[in-house]
Design a protein around this ligand. Structure first.
Ligand code: DGJ
Length: 728
């Protein structure tokens, strides 16, 4: 049993970790431990200091050292004397906000709980268990149900929360975070992922300051600027050593991660829907379901933690035909043509791609409505016959006849004011009556909480997918959302819209991915603006960034790799000079970088020299040969591009018989030693042959002594070394 309850202690055991909590004599649920397995009840670590201005619950009588403000809480509520960041806060009918949560009951079940309308980790009955702990505010009857999913072999615990209004009057939920975890001891740093459009998920690791630090989004999407994933590391934690905890929120809307270091140096981490763009009226008898957090920890550094997240996301979050299988190598026309194409141009690109071994042609933005620039056409999902003269069906057939699959781009959640859809249904766009809406990329956002809108989108999209042999959909979303207002809700409930938008989006994705299980859905939001575990439940890959510059991509993919598996990372070779940075890099370097992902091309291959075309054909062959290793092997970060003159990574097969080291050395230097790189994850006692030279090394030597990188001439030079275990 992964979940055991002994002497009032709740123990969640995974293969290598232990999570413990206990309700004390007052029914307060104390968090006891999250870390390595200890085979011991950890309540001896609870301390009861006499801290000035820390209040005491009434029943504690004259025990002035018993305080919610100093005890590690499993789920901290607002208004009852814990002055740290709360996980939950509500307003009652009388205007008061206290929520005094005490233990009521618990239930243990086989299998993993699901969450109505929201993505959640799934697992077979035998691979997971669920613990439900019910906490109650007796004065009002409001209950908070804490949900724990234990996927023992994966070393993962999931958390979610249900707020149940068992009272007789409605309440307003001001915040209902999915995760609250208190860590009383240790010297902690946090790692979060910040960025911008075309430079997502930059790693920032900083010591905690006293007070609250936050990473969040109020943009209606998980955003380019911050990512809903966070690491807490003990000082000195490296890729291979030291303790760290990771949490990833399965949610694609505005989120909030807060970390507080309090007056006693204790740390609290909370994570969930961003309360700045949220308030939810809960009628008597109703429930609210918060999204899920995936939680894991590692005693052996961040590399192992990443493996755990990669495995759980790949095996228990992603779904559908392409979840574990190889993916087609694709060519996308966006950077090749932007809006200026016709069927002839597309067919020419596809023909050349087919000759080089590429599997799928993806037709990006501009194939529909009046769409010659980004000022018009969104919402009009019918083919633009000026560009595609014979219609979509004929183009698909022709591409298929070349032996290629066909994929297509949609931006379903958006509408242009200059579109037939907007002229017909201006009321479907999110905007506040009496105000001009904020435009972004000239477009407005459709109200995804309105079922008329989602029904329309389902009808048009499913018809296109039914009538044409389309095997891939790129689901784009190109702006942040504001002007929150919906006709579907009364005025006192408008703050529900950001979350209802996400529920509408997920509902539509569920319907379409369910009806078209053979279609590969790739998520996108101006690149990686909605790169989160929620989207990965519907789309097993997401376009990682609109920055296709190989040099900058190494930083973006480095940051992405902390939580998200390589198979989830859409990555393409594009033209030089690079369209985002103007940088020149060789076709080989661009290929190496794009191979650390779901591989493709995004340029007019006809413009390449014969030598470059040969290189492309070789890359496609190599990728197909390595795809299993890249997707199913363990991914190792072998250098930190923020600190070193290189970004090097490796894929090691799970049976440790094969390793592929890839990367980029940024700047050449004269009169210097070659750089040395240490491998990881090999069988120490085995021997490995370097394919390129035939040289044989022991696993121990490669991991302790490392290997010298080739002599580098020029900047941004690709490195690739393949090792195979020598069979004894
Ligand atoms: C943003 C995406 O990230 C690009 O790849 C491309 O699809 C454009 N949108 C099209 O408008």
């Amino acid at each position: 049993m992964a979940i055991r309850v002994e002497n009032g202690v709740f123990q969640l055991e995974t293969a290598n970790t232990l999570y413990q909590m206990k309700a004390d004599a007052f029914g307060v649920l104390n968090h006891l431990w999250y870390g390595a397995r200890t085979d011991c009840c950890m309540d001896y670590l609870l301390d009861y200091p006499d801290v000035g201005y820390a209040g005491n619950i009434y029943e504690a009588g004259d025990k002035r050292t018993y305080s919610l403000n100093t005890l590690p809480q499993e789920y901290a509520a607002y208004g009852v004397g814990d002055f740290r960041i709360p996980a939950v806060s509500v307003t009652h009918e009388d205007g008061s906000s206290a929520l005094d949560l005490r233990f009521q009951e618990y239930h243990v079940r086989k299998g993993k709980y699901g969450i109505p309308g929201l993505p959640a980790v799934y697992a077979d009955e035998n691979d997971a268990e669920t613990l439900e702990i019910v906490l109650k505010d007796t004065a009002t009857g409001v209950e908070v149900v804490l949900l724990y999913g234990v996927i023992a072999q994966a070393d993962v615990i999931t958390r979610s929360v249900i707020v149940r209004n068992n009272g007789t009057t409605s309440i307003v939920i001001n915040r209902a975070h999915s995760l609250c975890i208190d860590i009383p001891y240790g010297d902690w740093e946090w790692v979060h992922f910040h960025g911008r459009h075309t430079m997502e998920r930059q790693v920032e690791r900083v010591p905690l300051i006293h007070g609250i630090q936050e990473s969040s989004s109020t943009r209606g999407t998980s955003s380019h600027q911050q990512n809903p994933a966070v690491l807490l590391c003990e000082k000195g934690c490296t890729e291979t050593e030291g303790f760290c905890i990771g949490a990833a929120l399965m949610y694609s809307g505005g989120f909030q991660t807060q970390v507080e270091k309090d007056q006693l140096e204790q740390v609290r981490l909370v994570m969930g829907i961003n309360p700045d763009t949220f308030a939810w009226t809960l009628e008597a008898g109703a429930c609210f379901h918060a999204p899920e957090v995936i939680l894991s920890c590692s005693e052996h550094g961040m590399g192992l933690l990443s493996h755990r997240f990669h495995e759980i996301i790949r095996n228990h979050v992603c779904r559908g035909k392409y979840k574990l299988s190889g993916r087609p190598v694709l060519i996308n026309n966006w950077e090749a043509t932007y809006f200026a194409f016709d069927e002839e141009k597309i067919e020419k690109i596809a023909k050349q791609a087919a000759e080089l071994g590429i599997d799928m042609m993806v037709l990006d933005d501009g194939w529909f409505g009046k769409r010659d620039s980004d000022t018009s056409g969104l919402g009009d999902w019918f083919v633009n016959e000026t560009k595609l003269k014979g219609g979509l069906g004929r183009l698909v057939e022709r591409i298929n006849r070349m032996g290629m699959k066909f994929g297509i781009w949609f931006e379903p959640e958006m509408v242009s004011e200059d579109s037939e859809l907007y002229r017909r249904h201006p009321e479907w766009a999110i905007r506040i009556p009496g105000r001009n809406p904020m435009r972004s990329r000239y477009q407005l956002v459709l109200d995804m909480s309105n079922t008329e809108v989602t029904e329309y989108l389902y009808q048009v999209m499913s018809q296109i997918l039914r009538e044409n042999h389309i095997e891939y959909v790129k689901w784009d979303m190109n702006r942040s959302i504001c002007d929150w207002y919906t006709r579907t809700l009364p005025k006192n409930r408008q703050m529900e819209l950001p979350h209802r938008y996400i529920l509408g989006l997920y509902g539509l994705l569920e319907r379409l991915t369910g009806e078209f299980p053979d279609v590969l859905f790739e998520g996108c939001s101006g690149g990686g603006g909605r790169f989160d575990a929620g989207m990965l439940y519907y789309c097993p890959q997401i376009w990682c960034s609109d920055d296709t510059d190989a040099h900058e991509r190494t930083f973006i993919q480095y940051g992405t790799s902390f939580f998200y598996p390589v198979s989830a990372v859409g990555s393409h070779v594009s033209a030089v000079p690079n369209h985002q940075t103007g940088r020149m890099t060789s076709i080989r370097t661009r290929g190496t970088v794009a191979m650390a992902g779901s591989f493709g091309y995004e340029l007019d291959l006809n413009k390449l020299s014969p030598e470059e075309k040969e290189e492309v054909a070789g890359q496609v062959r190599a990728y197909k040969g390595y795809q299993d290793l890249i997707y199913n092997g363990f991914y190792y970060r072998l250098s930190n591009p923020h600190e070193e003159n290189r970004c090097i990574w490796a894929f090691v097969s799970k049976d440790q018989t094969e390793a592929l080291v890839q990367g980029v050395v940024f700047r050449a230097a004269s009169n210097t030693l070659r750089a040395r790189i240490r491998l990881a994850g090999l069988a120490a006692d085995a021997e490995y042959r370097l394919t390129e030279s035939g040289h044989v090394f022991t696993g121990k030597a490669l991991m302790a002594g490392g290997v010298l990188l080739p002599v580098i001439q020029g900047d941004d030079v690709s490195v690739e070394m393949h090792f195979r275990q020598v069979q004894q």
